[in-house]
Design a protein around this ligand. Structure first.
Ligand SMILES: CC(C)[C@@](O)(CC(=O)O)C(=O)O
Length: 276
C-alpha cells in the first residue's frame, strides 16, 4: 500500500555488524553483501567507520563503485579528521551520507564537559560535513542515558546546522520500551522542527528489546530504522533486519521498499561467510 507512510531501512551489517564478537568481513564479502542489500531495496548501507578503522576507507570505495541506488554511509566521530576521512572514502559514491555521532550523555564523560562547546562542535562538524556528501545524519550517541534537556538542545542544534536525518540510538540497549517511547515523544513535543527532518532509531538488543524499541516510534513520526542482517552488531547486536521488515509488512500501516523474499538469501549469505 503505497499511500502508507514510507519507512526507510538503514542497514548497518557492514559497520556495527562487524563489531559482533569474532566477525570480520573481507572487502570482497562487503561488496557481495552490499550488492544483495541493494538488490533487496535497502535505502542506506552503512559500510564502515574510516576514522577508527583505516581499512574501511578502501572498503567504502570498493562498495561505492558497484552500488548505484542505495545511499552509502560512513560513520564519523565529531572530530574534523574523522569527518575528512569519511568524506574522502565517500567521494565516488553516487549518493553519500556521513553519519556523525556526538556523545550527549555528559554524565558519562570522565572530563568536565562544557555544554556550549559540545553544541558548537555539533555545529562546526555538521557544517563541514554537509559540503562533502549528499546528506548528513547526526546521531545523539548514548541518547537514552542522557539528560533529556541537553539531548533536546543538541538535536535542535544539529537540525539548525543542516543535518537532514536525526538518529536517536539506544547505544547500550538499556531502554525499556516505555521509556524509549517517552523519550521520543518528549523530543517531538519540544522540538517542532523534528517534523522537517527524518528521525531514525538505532537500537541494541542487550535486553532483547531492539526490535520492539525500533518500531514503537513509527506512530510518533520515526521514519528510518537502523538494523542489521541476522541482528548482528556490538555485544548482543542491533535490531534484526528481517524481523523489522516482516513486522512492518504485517502491521500494514507503513510501507517499506524492501522485497522480503530476499531476506532468507542474505541471511544465508552472512551465515556462510561467518561459519561456512
Ligand atoms: C554511533 C552509534 C550509532 C553507535 O553504534 C555507537 C558506536 O558504534 O560507537 C551506537 O550504538 O550508539
Amino acid at each position: 500500500m503505497i499511500d502508507n507512510p514510507s519507512i526507510l531501512i538503514f542497514d548497518t551489517t557492514l559497520r556495527d555488524g562487524e563489531l559482533t564478537p569474532g566477525v570480520h568481513f573481507t572487502r570482497e564479502n562487503k561488496v557481495k553483501i552490499a550488492q544483495q542489500l541493494e538488490e533487496m531495496g535497502v535505502d542506506t548501507i552503512e559500510v564502515g567507520y574510516p576514522g577508527r578503522y583505516p581499512k574501511d576507507i578502501d572498503d567504502i570505495i570498493a562498495v561505492s563503485q558497484v552500488i548505484k541506488n542505495s545511499t552509502i554511509c560512513a560513520l564519523a566521530g565529531s572530530q574534523e579528521a574523522e569527518i575528512q576521512q569519511a568524506a574522502k572514502a565517500l567521494e565516488k559514491a553516487d549518493k553519500s551520507c556521513i553519519n556523525i555521532y556526538t556523545l550527549v550523555n555528559l554524565n558519562s564523560s570522565s572530563k568536565i564537559v562544557d555544554k556550549n562547546s559540545v553544541l558548537s562542535t555539533i555545529h562546526q562538524q555538521i557544517s563541514q560535513a554537509k559540503n562533502s556528501c549528499s546528506q548528513v545524519q547526526w546521531t545523539a550517541f548514548d541518547a537514552t542515558r542522557s539528560p533529556i534537556n541537553f539531548l533536546a538542545e543538541a538535536v535542535q542544534m544539529a537540525i539548525e546546522s543542516g543535518a537532514k536525518i536525526i538518529s536517536i540510538p539506544d547505544s547500550l540497549g538499556v531502554a525499556e520500551p516505555e521509556d524509549f517511547y517517552h523519550l521520543l515523544e518528549n523530543l517531538y513535543q519540544n522540538i517542532p522542527r523534528l517534523q522537517q527532518v527524518t528521525v531514525s532509531v538505532h537500537c541494541h538488543d542487550d535486553f532483547g528489546k531492539a526490535v520492539e524499541n525500533s518500531l514503537l516510534g513509527l506512530d510518533l513520526g520515526v521514519r528510518q530504522i537502523e538494523c542489521a542482517v541476522n541482528g548482528l552488531g556490538a555485544r548482543k547486536g542491533n535490531a534484526n533486519l528481517g524481523e523489522i521488515i516482516d513486522k512492518i509488512k504485517y502491521h500494514q500501516s507503513y510501507y517499506t521498499s524492501i522485497n522480503s523474499h530476499f531476506i532468507p538469501k542474505i541471511s544465508e549469505l552472512i551465515n556462510n561467510i561467518m561459519y561456512g
